[in-house]
Design a binder for this molecule. Structure first.
Ligand code: SF4
Length: 336
């Protein structure tokens, strides 16, 4: 029944999305170009949407793992710290393919994984292709929209009853900061509206990435806004900032932010077994886009695939979170 409702809603939304995209106003950029004819706006997203990476991941919020994650080309923001930028660039030149080609694979993954995650870039700029692809499957696991929330306010309504969980970013508050770091001056104004709408009827986990030197101007106001406007929504404070320009997040900044969040009684996201450091911070110069080694020796796996989960448990056998994830999800059986 649930699947039937989803499928019907997906089919009904396709014409509406086409009408929005023929003079594109899917996001606040309002480029008003005809995406259906292949024109590309600020986001540079193609139609049909292109996939530059897909894999089963184990390092996301525990309740969605293992999640079959589909990374789509095109984003309506320009975050300086975006770690998928290089891979997306490479993917667009080499082996990117139409998301519709995943149809058969998607159904298989829907059976094997707990969830399917649409990731970017930004999935919203590719929403029509996603819907056209989903229209061909009949098994729906949890559907996750991993988004920056910089979207037109009609989008949450369109995603209602289709998406089961938003994993929603909220990293910037001040206009100046979001302009300087992500070339998006009106980010908070639009993202906060969309977030309120989305959370009225769909589960949301808000991820806020602590940015170096942006605790007072961005984190504090975001924390206060969450407390006042979305007190029930989980806020996942991410302290795994990584940037190739060597700017790093200080330990004091992490402590100040977390203590402040606790002092105002925020509903903080906490996985059942999480220890002090986040999963990606287990172990640090880039030796590839899959593994990052920082100067202090920390190793970061931006996308924790099964292979990297094996390696990381070997490197850090004392890390309880990794061990539990491995025991829980793999148990000797590999998802092909
Ligand atoms: S989705 Fe892309 S083309 Fe459409 S308004 Fe946003 S940036 Fe412009």
């Amino acid at each position: 029944m649930q699947n039937d409702i989803k499928k019907l809603k997906i089919l009904n939304s396709i014409e509406l999305l086409k009408s929005i995209m023929c003079s594109c106003t899917l996001c606040p950029r309002k480029c008003k170009i005809n995406r259906l004819k292949g024109e590309r706006g600020f986001c540079k997203a193609a139609y049909p949407a292109k996939v530059f990476y897909h894999n089963v991941l184990y390092g996301e919020e525990i309740e969605v793992c293992p999640t079959y994650s589909i990374f789509l080309l095109g984003c309506n923001m320009r975050c300086k710290f975006c770690y998928v930028k290089n891979r997306a660039k490479k993917g667009s030149k080499t082996n990117a393919f139409d998301v519709k080609d995943l149809k058969i694979h998607l159904e298989e993954m829907a059976e094997k994984c707990k969830s399917i995650s649409f990731v970017g870039g930004e999935p919203t700029v590719n929403i029509l292709s996603v819907f056209e692809t989903l229209a061909h499957i009949s098994i729906f696991p949890l559907l996750i929209w991993n988004t920056n929330m910089y979207m037109d306010i009609r989008v949450p309504e369109i995603l209602y009853e289709i998406v089961d969980l938003y994993i929603a970013d909220l990293h910037f508050y001040s206009k100046q900061c979001s302009m300087n770091v992500a070339k998006t001056s009106d980010y908070f104004e639009h993202a906060s509206k969309a977030l309120k709408l989305a959370s009225q009827n769909t589960k949301v986990i808000v991820r806020t990435l602590l940015l170096p030197n942006h605790i007072e101007c961005c984190f504090f106001p975001i924390a206060n806004w969450m407390k006042q406007n979305l007190p029930e929504v989980s806020l996942h404070i991410m302290d795994n900032y990584y940037s190739q320009n060597r700017e790093s997040l200080k330990k004091e900044e992490i402590t100040i932010a977390k203590e402040y969040a606790q002092s105002i009684g925020l509903n903080l996201y906490k996985e059942p077994f999480v220890n002090e450091r986040t999963l990606q911070n287990i172990a640090s110069k880039t030796i590839g886009e899959e593994i990052i080694i920082e100067e202090d020796g920390k190793i970061i796996f931006p996308n924790l695939t099964q292979e990297f989960l094996d390696i990381s448990t070997f490197l850090a056998p004392e890390n309880l979170e990794l061990k539990i994830r491995k025991d829980m999800f793999i148990g000797g059986e590999k998802i092909e």
